[in-house]
Design a protein around this ligand. Structure first.
Ligand code: BGC
Length: 765
């Protein structure tokens, strides 16, 4: 690549020798060198150039190239997102490096949430694997493919803890638990950034959405959040902190307000907490158009005020609005925003550019022009084996009556359902630069598995929804969901005819990917009624019924569950989804996934999460009592609990052995169980450890995940699993907002889900 910038280097050196040190060079990747370099650079920058660094624009294929080029040349833009090919990225970087005054490189970002070209299972599914190595695999491959497309940054991971299945964006996160989400977020950051975000195949991460976006009221997207400080610090903030401690260079600011203050205007959040307490040195980026939205939030009366508030609150870079460029110059002239504040924001942008290695080599993620892929979607650029491996691990077996599964690769199998032959839906939301045509539908996956061995019949049976309003919603921007024009009854009749010819029926039902997305909140959690009717008709054939769920949130499936002989939760499992699901259906892979969310019986139970606080009147199944905390018209508790998932083999867990009955102040104690594969097949499972502080200065959750281990056991094999418990695992935020571990008794619960556990105790001295 040297030739491109050696030309620009020669030109600029001849024109402005004083700028030599800002150009590509050999800058050491240390904080000290970076700070010195960035300070020098800031001294050379005009106010407009500094403000230009704060502007992040979306450039898709339809953008007017001339206008963009002009902005880059005039140093009016600091970074670009939504451009995903090396050719297009290079054209813009050339513009910055050859024609802008200071030749400050741009950085390029994109939403790489669960893969770039190869699409992995959605994050909620990744969380179901409880497998940090698998998550790291996803991070590494995604970063590799993104960096290979010329990208420097990703808007990921999303670590918004959510107990709100109505919220469509739960699909992008890691579920309802703080500990699991923290582990997943940390692993993703470590994998994507690698040793250094500057490395050729690393990308810098930008953890989002800071903060508490997963707790929007009623699960309605963009809605407000109101939360006690204890809950905030105990349950919702740790995953962001974990991702930042892992080195995430970016933070994306949430669109919601918190206790009345929009995050974009929250100097407590973005300065006191993030910068002063957590010592974050990277960049904060507004979410899409969020600065403008301060007016609608009702905290700014006009654009200029919105800009002043956002900048002063600590939002460094504005995404997709021209407000900073338009209003900051005047605000600085009038003294409403100081030069020091502008410098701080610009410094953060330049810092991350330095950390991305862009001042050493603005083309580091592009390589020489000659190496650009001829076909960005070439099959050879995909990582199918990795995608299949991870997808299999993320599938959860919810029910398996009389060992209906695994299926035999013989006889006749009817595959029915609106999601069975969909290459688009199986990729899930935020499928980055993935191409639907390259993904393996369930139909294709089952064909691959059964070819020459079994007869596979297929019928769609129902549209995703018969509701015209929902169909239009799903197809608003693109023909995402194909609508069969046969009458609903005709579709069911055709499906039943196929089912009758088969030995077993597999029904692929649930949600289209667009139903679990940004701005896809639901007021109900049911499988759409027309799909329910299809299932009832299939059940009526008397054939064994296997439900393969595809969905981006827990659904309320009490009736469907009752009808089914087996239920497989596959979420949206990505490019290799069809093959992976077939692997599980036919027993080529023994399912090992565990739910990262509770499955409510109905939408009315929300919020329902495993780590709730006790009440003064707990409900007791064994001795039901009217004046206890429950609904009189529903069974208490979830349909499927957090941490739950079956296998084709069985496991037993021994009683818990404590290394000591006591734990010294600031010491540690160990809890062990022996897990045995008591069945006939080899298989993996996840051993989960929960703690409970039964008497404390404030009520503490009935149980909280504090450790887990995924283990693989051959049939008949046993393994002892030991969890080390340290003082951090006991700590909580007390009424005075001190992070403390209080002496006293602690309960330890270890099991293969959150409900059936072996229990022990220790005393914290
Ligand atoms: C979403 C972010 C996303 C951004 C850029 C916004 O609408 O809330 O999660 O990163 O768009 O695509």
């Amino acid at each position: 690549m040297k030739w491109i910038y050696s030309v620009s280097l020669a030109v600029s050196l001849a024109m402005q020798p004083a700028l030599a040190e800002t150009l590509p060079g050999n800058h050491p990747m240390t904080e000290q060198a970076r700070d010195a370099f960035v300070n020098q650079l800031l001294k050379k920058m005009t106010l407009d150039e500094k403000i230009g660094q704060l502007r992040l624009i979306s450039v898709g294929p339809d953008n007017p190239k001339e206008a963009i080029r002009d902005m880059i040349q005039k140093s009016q833009v600091g970074a670009i997102f939504n451009t995903v090919t090396r050719q297009d990225i290079r054209a813009m970087q050339d513009q910055a490096m050859q024609l802008s005054r200071l030749k400050i490189p741009l950085f390029f970002a994109f939403d790489v949430i669960h893969g770039q070209r190869t699409i992995f299972p959605i994050p909620l599914a990744l969380a179901s694997s409880w497998d940090l190595d698998a998550v790291k695999e996803v991070g590494r491959v995604s970063a590799y493919e993104a960096a290979d497309d010329g990208l420097n940054m990703t808007w990921a991971p999303m670590v918004d803890v959510s107990r709100e299945p109505r919220w469509g964006r739960g699909s992008e996160g890691f579920g309802e638990d703080t500990w699991l989400t923290s582990e997943m977020g940390r692993s993703m950051v470590q994998a994507m950034q690698g040793k250094s975000a500057a490395d050729r195949y690393s990308v810098m991460t930008s953890v989002k959405h800071f903060a508490l976006y997963g707790a929007v009221e009623g699960g309605r997207d963009y809605n407000t959040v109101d939360m006690s400080p204890q809950r905030m610090f105990q349950d919702y903030l740790p995953p962001y902190k974990a991702s930042l401690d892992a080195g995430s260079g970016g933070v994306m600011v949430a669109l919601n307000s918190i206790n009345g203050v929009p995050a974009t205007a929250d100097s407590w959040l973005l300065k006191d907490l993030l910068r002063d307490k957590w010592k974050f040195k990277g960049i904060t980026i507004s979410d899409h158009g969020a600065i403008k939205e301060l007016i609608k939030h009702g905290v700014a009366s006009d654009p200029q005020e919105a800009v002043r508030i956002a900048l002063k609150s600590g939002v460094d870079m504005s995404m997709s609005d021209e407000y900073y460029s338009k209003y900051l110059p005047d605000l600085v002239k009038r003294g409403d925003v100081s030069m020091a504040e502008i410098d701080d924001a610009a410094r953060h942008v330049l810092n991350v550019k330095y950390d991305m290695g862009l001042f050493n080599d603005p083309y580091s993620h592009l390589g020489p022009k000659e190496s650009d892929p001829q076909d960005t979607n070439a099959e050879s650029r995909l990582h199918r084996a990795e995608a299949r491996d991870v997808a299999r691990k993320s599938i959860v077996l919810l029910k398996n009556r009389l060992e209906t599964l695994p299926l035999k690769k013989s006889g006749t199998i009817a595959l029915i359902g609106p999601l069975a032959d969909s290459q688009r839906d199986i990729m899930g939301s935020w499928s980055a630069a993935g191409v639907a045509k390259q993904s393996v539908s369930l139909l294709q996956g089952m064909r691959n598995a059964t070819e020459g061995k079994a007869t596979l019949l297929y019928e769609k049976g129902a549209n995703v929804s018969d509701n015209k309003g929902i169909q239009d919603f799903l197809n608003l921007y693109e023909p995402a969901v194909s609508i069969d024009t046969r009458s609903p009854q005709q579709m069911i009749d055709d499906a039943v005819a196929k089912a009758k010819q088969a030995d077993v029926v597999v029904a692929a039902v649930g949600e289209a990917q667009g139903m679990a997305h940004e701005a896809s909140s639901r007021s109900d959690l049911i499988i759409p009624p027309n799909q329910q009717r299809l299932l009832a008709a299939l059940k009526a054939t008397g054939k064994p019924l296997v439900i393969v769920l595809m969905n981006g949130r827990p659904l309320s499936i009490v009736n469907e569950d009752r009808m089914a002989d087996a239920v497989l939760e596959t979420w949206f499992s990505g490019t290799e989804g069809g093959n992976a699901i077939a692997d599980v259906l036919f027993g080529d892979y023994n399912p090992s996934g565990k739910l990262p969310v509770s499955f409510p019986r109905s939408v009315g139970q929300i919020p329902i999460y495993y780590n709730h606080l006790p009440t003064g009147r707990p409900y007791n199944f064994a001795k039901p009592n009217k004046y206890t905390s429950h609904y009189y018209d529903a069974v208490n508790g979830p349909l499927y609990p957090f941490g739950y998932g079956l296998s084709y083999t069985t496991f037993t867990v021994s009683p818990v052995k404590m290394s000591s009955p006591t734990m010294a102040r600031d010491g540690t104690v160990e809890a062990s169980v022996t897990v045995t594969n008591s069945g006939q097949r080899d298989g993996a499972t996840v051993v989960q450890m929960y703690l409970n502080d039964p008497v404390a200065s404030i009520s503490r959750p009935v149980q909280e995940l504090r450790g887990f281990k995924r283990i693989m056991l051959k049939a008949g094999e046993s393994q002892t699993v030991t969890f080390k418990i340290d003082v951090d695992a006991l700590k909580f935020w007390n009424q005075q907002m001190q992070h403390v571990a209080e002496p006293g008794k602690f309960n330890v619960m270890i099991g293969l889900d959150s409900v059936r556990t072996e229990n022990a105790q220790f005393n914290y001295l």
